[in-house]
Design a protein around this ligand. Structure first.
Ligand SMILES: CCCCCCC[C@@H](O)CC(=O)SCCNC(=O)CCNC(=O)[C@H](O)C(C)(C)COP(=O)(O)OP(=O)(O)OC[C@H]1O[C@@H](n2cnc3c(N)ncnc32)[C@H](O)[C@@H]1OP(=O)(O)O
Length: 720
């Protein structure tokens, strides 16, 4: 019958009195095999005396013209079964381990005997029969062995813990025999059938007896046992006509070890999604292939290339490589004033008018105006949750006073990414240049992304400007100032439009009860306080500022700046007066010792060639139209302003310093013409007879530094 013949082959089928085993035995008999039909069971033959079921199957095989003998031993005694084959047919070619029983019970009710019995019949029984046949097969250089596993072993099945254990045990057993037997021509395969039999009827769905027949299992078993089948070590799931081969699948996994650090359960937890992600799964065929994978992992660990934190939203390597495009901002008078208002300068505060009124003779930008427009732009696309990002620390170093007008261009660099456990710290440096290419300032932003730590990055960086501790004595000076309830709404107009400072919904996403004040706003307040206290309110006195934003400030709260002066360094700390909580800590201002504050600018000694106090004592009366004419004559000067016209400028005759107040002519070489009336008018308006304020049109033509020119001017002026 059929092409797949078994003529001359000796096949032993255990548990062949009924169900699957019977189906196999009859089929092998039809295909020319000598069959040993093993079964310990009996049945009623109709007249009351029990008949061995194996005999009935043997009879049927013989009726079909086949050759078969019965064996009634338990599979525990495998050698007896094999002896039946040898005694009757002289050899053993095929063993089908099929015999089985059930003792289903939930695990809590399962008795040890029930566990032992199931393992004895299925696992030990398969061992015993296979063991008895093995050496004969080896000797003859041929053998086919089938293990009968079960979906219950592969997937588990409620109430069958004993059976599942035995059935999966058979898979492992077969896998090893397949390796050991292959060189002797022995193939070992495993099936996990689902079929309706006397054994399984209690656990099968009703009506399945017609669909899930033993006849649907038999064909695979017969094929696997045929000479022509090369399959070895396979596991097949089959039922009702569907046959599938199974294999183990493994996730790509994650390498969670790094040299010099203990691997922890937390590492596993943090990387669980990587460990269990099947999207890049593969399947190995042998322990050798697994060894290769393990070797690859160890090589990666040695090379410092692990997956720790690789699924973490923060990717330090990518962040460090990230390029932030340079950007430019245009400073103007309105911007300078808006920033001053945003950081608490007030017309009601002493000597603040110069930051707020463009017509003021000393109109200038606050030193911290140098942080203008440096905002989150450019660090998007880095998988950072911006709602959780706060300004952690800031360092500003001023190299050149910020002009009230002109273009500034900033260049950024991500200098480090730190893992603080509870958060990720991102350090970004920004160097700002003016139009003449001079470096105006350096800003170092230390941003803290709350909750984004744990990516196993470095904790500290030598590139970070460090915070300092203030002296332990009581503060030398304290300045207190209340912020406005709309302080953040005002400050954001200077460039940082982060919704954290104005949008309650966004603030809630970051875990804040209400919008918080910009760190750089408090920074502006406190630096101004230090400048007021120790820098004669002169922006040029501020060389560098460092602060840590230790806790958020709510708009409307009062900032109390406590200061300690030691040499040219002013240590300070800011406290929210209402709560007593420190908001700026580890902070200092380094005063500029080169630029003496306005009040202590050394007076220029009168000399023959310089303007003298005597000359200008009571100058208002002395300033005649003749003098003005001479001034005008001297003011015929070439000063650069790139072709622009500067309309307003001022000078201090005593110090010999002067500057253009409005327009683009800060470093300009101009031809100056002054209306006589303007000179007189402004001169009369001055309260300080030693200062002469002039107003007029300055036309641009050349390229010479204004301050130098004005100094020369005053040298000439002394001759008036
Ligand atoms: C490119 C340009 C980008 C510009 C972006 C600017 C955007 C702006 O719009 C954003 C803002 O202005 S937000 C407002 C200002 N900032 C704040 O209010 C933050 C206040 N600070 C805090 O809440 C906590 O300090 C907090 C939450 C930050 C940390 O508190 P904890 O988690 O309790 O930390 P802790 O356990 O005390 O310390 C852990 C480690 O972190 C270091 N650390 C603490 N506070 C830090 C801070 N503020 N900045 C930097 N590092 C800080 C600690 O030293 C510790 O590290 P280590 O153990 O290594 O010493």
């Amino acid at each position: 019958m059929g092409d797949l013949r078994f003529d001359g082959k000796v096949v032993l089928v255990t548990g062949a009195g009924a169900g699957l085993g019977r189906e196999y035995a009859i089929e092998f008999g039809k295909r020319g095999a000598h069959v040993v039909v093993n079964d310990i069971g009996s049945t009623q033959n109709g007249v009351g005396s029990p008949t061995k079921v194996a005999d009935l199957v043997v009879e049927e095989i013989r009726r079909n013209g086949g050759s078969a003998v019965a064996n009634y031993d338990s599979v525990e005694f495998g050698d007896k079964l094999v002896k039946t084959a040898l005694d009757n047919f002289g050899k053993i070619d095929v063993v089908i381990n099929n015999a089985g029983i059930l003792r289903d019970q939930t695990f809590s009710r399962m008795k040890e005997q029930e566990w032992d019995l199931i393992l004895k019949v299925h696992l030990k029984g398969s061992f015993s029969v296979t063991k008895a046949a093995w050496d004969h097969m080896k000797k003859q250089g041929y053998g086919r062995i089938i293990m009968t596993s079960s979906p219950a072993g592969i997937y588990g099945n409620f109430g069958q813990s004993n059976y599942s254990a035995a059935k999966l045990g058979l898979v492992g057993f077969a896998n090893t025999l397949a390796l050991e037997g292959v060189k002797y021509g022995i193939h070992v395969n495993t099936i996990a059938p689902t079929a309706w039999t006397k054994l399984s009827e209690k656990v099968m769905p009703p009506g399945s007896e017609k669909e899930l027949l033993p006849a649907h299992i038999m064909p695979l078993v017969v094929y696997l046992c045929h000479d022509s089948c090369t399959e070895n070590g396979g596991l097949f799931e089959l039922a009702g006509g569907l046959i599938s081969k199974l294999r183990w699948q493994r996730t790509k996994g994650a390498v969670l070890r790094e040299i010099g650090r203990e691997m922890t359960p937390e590492d596993v937890k943090e990387n669980w999604s990587a460990v269990t992600d099947f999207s890049e799964a593969d399947s190995l065929n042998s322990i050798d292939e697994l060894s290769i994978k393990i070797g690859e992992a160890i090589a990666r660990i040695r090379a410092g290339d692990n997956d720790l934190g690789s699924r973490h939203p923060i990717r330090p390597k990518a962040i460090k490589k990230h390029k932030i495009a340079p950007f430019s901002t245009t400073c103007n008078r309105n911007g300078v004033i808006l920033y001053a208002l945003g950081t608490g300068a007030s017309t009601k505060r002493k000597d603040n008018l110069k930051f707020l009124f463009e017509g003021h003779k000393d109109f200038c930008a606050l030193p911290t105006y140098a942080v203008i427009d440096l905002k989150l732009t450019g660090i998007d696309g880095l998988n950072i949750n911006f709602a959780k990002l706060v300004h952690g620390e800031h360092y500003l170093e001023v190299f050149k006073p910020i002009a009230v007008e002109g273009k500034l261009t900033s260049q950024f660099k991500v200098v480090d990414v730190l893992d603080k456990g509870s958060g990720c710290v991102l350090i970004v440096n920004a160097e700002t240049f003016d139009e003449s290419g001079d470096k105006v300032c350096l800003n170092q932003f230390v941003t803290y992304i709350i909750g984004a730590g744990g990516f196993r990055g470095q904790r500290t960086s030598d590139k970070q400007k460090t915070v300092v501790s203030p002296p332990t004595r009581a503060p030398d000076a304290v300045i207190e100032q209340k912020t406005n309830v709309d302080q953040a709404a005002l400050y954001r107009l200077s460039g940082d439009h982060n919704p954290l400072h104005i949008d309650p919904g966004f603030a809630a996403m970051g875990g804040f009860k209400e919008p918080i004040l910009h760190g750089l706003c408090s920074f502006g307040f406190s630096t101004r306080h230090v400048m007021e206290q120790y820098g004669n309110n002169d922006p040029k006195m501020i060389k560098a500022v460092k602060v840590r934003f230790a806790s958020p400030v709510i708009p409307g709260q009062t900032l109390r700046t406590e200061m300690w002066k030691e040499g040219s360094r002013v240590f300070f700390r800011s406290v929210v007066a209402e709560s007593g909580k420190a908001c700026l800590t580890g902070a200092y201002v380094d005063l500029n010792t080169d630029a003496a504050p306005a009040s202590s600018v050394p007076k220029q000694e009168p000399s023959d060639s310089l303007a003298s106090d005597a000359l200008f004592e009571g100058a208002a009366e002395k300033l005649t139209p003749e003098i003005v004419k001479k001034v005008n004559a001297i003011f015929q000067w070439n000063i650069t302003a790139g072709g622009k016209v500067a309309r307003e400028w001022e000078m201090d005759l005593l110090s010999g310093r002067g500057k253009i107040v409005r327009g683009k002519a800060a470093n300009a070489d101009c031809t100056i013409t002054i209306a006589e009336e303007d000179v007189i008018e402004l001169f009369k308006g001055t309260t300080n007879p030693k200062k002469l304020f002039l107003k007029g049109n300055i036309e641009a033509t050349g390229n010479v530094f204004l301050a130098q020119k004005l100094e020369v001017l005053f040298k000439s002026q002394s001759k008036l």
